[in-house]
Design a protein around this ligand. Sequence first.
Ligand SMILES: [Zn+2]
Length: 346
Amino acid sequence: MKPLALWIAFSVLVYAPARAWGFFGHQRINRMAVFTLPPEMFAFYKYHIRYITENAVNPDRRRYAVEGEAERHFIDIDVYGDSAIYKMPRRWEDAVAKYSEDTLRAYGIVPWHLQLIKFQLVKAFKERNVNQILRISADMGHYIGDANVPLHTTQNYNGQMSGQYGIHGFWESRVPELLADDYDYFFEKAQYLKSPMAKAWEAVTNAHLALDSVLRFEKELSKQFDEDKKYSFETRTNMTVKVYSKEFTTAYSQMLGGQVERRMRASIQMVGDFWYTCWVDAGQPDLDKLLQMTPEQLKMIEDEEKNIPIVPNIKTRQHETGLIGEFPEDKPTYYFGRNVFRRRND
Ligand SMILES: [Zn+2]
């Protein structure tokens, strides 16, 4: 690579923050989950779909501002040894007794956090607290999305231990961003979960079992692509960004046999299941009655979330120091905002 190109690539990489599933993936997961809901919930979530979609990445914003946030997004299950995904105690108390709370927090707590946030959403429904229902629903969608990502279940989370630095953003941002429009978005209706705890562990387990191919196929494919064919440059909001080329991305996705799509679909379905289960456990409150929020109230919620500072003042593991394949979140996208739905209903 020429010195100038190298400099551009480096300067760009430093400034491009990453997010699990990227902005694009997290927003799509939250948005699509709304369509799995039964009629008693659908009108409320549909009305607030713009909020649910745009705030899908709030937990990542908080990672740098709130102590204790970072550990909620992953679990490095492989630090606990062979077959740890099956041996790890499912209940928090049992896991703490076995490994200590400090250790668990150091290596991530996503499956346990899903249980905690499930309680929080039930409580919000019981209290008919619209702000909290929306806020927690959006957050929950985020953590569920993270729990389904293979690279969120390993200490080699960015390929840094296997010479594949940058693979995190490649798998969860670049692949869906290029290919997700072709995914199948037909879903089952949300199901009641008898054991959200078991579901959370099932998600992490399936994600972890997919990890081997995530890493191995990238390595195999890289042998077939010269460096200048593997990567390309794109301009985004006046910045030149080094990205995995379209050819490489498509070939990787094909090699994975639709794995990224499966993990995204599993996330969407699971978000719907969790929202629905919380609502049922709260006694199925009448959400249609909660629809009459004033624009001021809505704006207040949105402003609160937007004001979370993105300041790297908290020491956290760097899932997301600027990496290839991870992009500046220039334009949050959503597809059918509240207004569109309103117009359609008119
Ligand atoms: Zn996250």
